[in-house]
Design a binder for this molecule. Sequence first.
Ligand code: G6P
Length: 480
Amino acid sequence: MPSDVPGYDFVVIANRLPVDVSLDDAGEPTWTRSPGGLVTALAPVMASTSGAWVGWGGAADLELDPFDVDGTELIPVVLSEDDLEQFYEGFSNDTLWPLYHDVIASPAFHRPWWDAYQRVNRRFAQAAADQAAQGATVWVHDYQLQLVPRMLRELRPDLRIGYFHHIPFPPLEIFAQLPWRKQVVEGLLGADLVGFQRAGDAANFVRVVRRFTDLTTRGQVITLTDANGAVDRHVRAAAFPISIDSHGFDDLARTDEVKERARQIRHELGDPEFLLLGVDRLDYTKGIRHRIKAYGELLSEERLSPQSTTLVQVASPSRENVGAYQQLRDDVELLVGRINGDYGQVGHAPVQYLHQSFPMEEMAALYLAADVMLVTALRDGMNLVAKEYVAARSDDRGALVLSEFTGAADELTGAVLVNPHDIDGMKDAITYAVHMDARDSRKRMRSLRRRVLGHDVVAWSQDFLSALNAVPIGGPGVSG
Ligand code: G6P
């Protein structure tokens, strides 16, 4: 592309645009902002440069012109019903998702899904190639788009390309099951920097590169060679643990409205002595069943009293067309029904199960109301709920029970760490957290808050982008 062609200096590519679309009464699409962490992370970058965001609008066959939201140009990519079924529900969420989460559910390998994954990745790569200015920085996000870095480099060798993997990267022995493992590795190697949540994820990736390519690696650096064996460029694989808008969340949870709502929630629940909380997408990786089972046993063994204890479980609807998610919903709802049937009373259910999503204000109030937060994922890239809970607790109270199998556990060492597969161990940890003395809990929460407030999502994106800028740009003349 000639250098006088206009375009954006900074382009984000993610499966979803940072907005929710809905149709108004006239059938016209209207947008509402859905300000996730990524939006906050990139706000300073977007404000200081000309930025675009390439992504899907969240509904099938939505053909919309690019539009501006707060100075960022949003470039919608159209996904048809077939794309949704085969690329999104199929390959992304029924092949890669379970494969990358320790095969908690069985990954399905279907060749038409792989075809759709390639087709849709090419569409995203092309959209970004059409929008990026000469020498622009492009940041590709997550497992739905692992082929984009290479496709984009082929279209636009002038770009600096970063990729961040938000979910776990599995051990070689599991990744090896993927029939298209080599293509996926080569897709990712199109980036200059491949970022992961944990050092262990980056190490898994480097090991996979060594196994499925002939490339040489040295620590975090992979060296790509051309057909003659000359050094072409370097790719760095490293950990950049993601965070949240910690200060924004802290501020929100300090407002009088949120504090009052927290009191009201406890009151509406009958002012329980102990309020436990779980907040998750309804996903089989989150260990929701394990947690509720442990809680049910604590009630049955009278280690917790069903009269004075409540577990609020928020399970937000997710990927409802995928079979494993439908099965999970049935399993969780059966379990909740049994516990409430066995231990409830008129006017009091020991599990308050909410299959809904709530606004941030309500979440902050729930965090503030809860004595113990239960994050018991069987495998999780990071788990931002754990960080939100900590950010909300400016009162230095509350206890966090956190699974060892989350990325967050690498950082949040002040939590009560658990192995969610060990139901007895989890019961002991919950009991410990419920009865934790005030001094212990304050000490732990202070250390957790130092970490979460000291490393927010803006710091994360700055760390990633400065590391991306530091990777020597490709082309002839790169020294080995
Ligand atoms: C995880 C993934 C994201 C994904 C989100 C919600 O956090 O890392 O890429 O967007 O789940 O899932 P959904 O399928 O609704 O986009």
